[in-house]
Design a protein. Structure first.
Ligand SMILES: [Zn+2]
Ligand SMILES: [Zn+2]
Length: 140
């Protein structure tokens, strides 16, 4: 069992991930325009984990629900006090998976990326991550 901990920057929200195997987490970068806006930087970086591996140990995140830019609802949870983005999930995945913002982990290096999505929207100045998969969109 691998236990990873994380929090928002003010630590009003804390959580644990209890993974049977580190491979139960799938980290990816997303360059889509929706992620750029939500993360407030030039890409999103999340680790997909089974929903029941996530345990909130402190605080209740605030939720924002919106169209993801292609007609599907996406739920985003963040700290109401400091604004740190903690996790997101799409409507279709909501009963099964959570996408944890990797920077909220206390050790973000624990879950390196396995691939990149929406490479067509990658900034011209940003190099590809070597030795991972690269998709032009989501299901090219
Ligand atoms: Zn906070
Ligand atoms: Zn995205």
């Amino acid at each position: 069992m691998h236990t990873l901990t994380g929090s928002c920057i003010c630590r009003n929200i804390e959580y644990e991930l209890k993974l049977a195997s580190i491979n139960d987490a799938r980290t990816s970068i997303c360059h889509c325009r929706n992620c750029k806006k939500a993360f407030g930087t030039n890409y999103g970086l999340t680790a997909k984990v089974p929903k029941d591996t996530l345990h909130l140990t402190k605080g209740i995140p605030k939720e924002h629900v919106a169209d993801n830019g292609s007609g599907a609802l996406i739920h985003r949870e963040f700290c109401e006090n400091c604004g740190s983005f903690i996790l997101e999930y799409g409507e279709v995945a909501k009963d099964h998976f959570r996408y944890i913002c990797v920077g909220s982990l206390d050790d973000p290096e624990a879950l390196p990326p396995k691939g990149e999505f929406f490479c067509k929207d990658r900034p011209s100045w940003m190099p590809e991550i070597p030795n991972v998969f690269h998709k032009q969109a989501i299901n090219e």
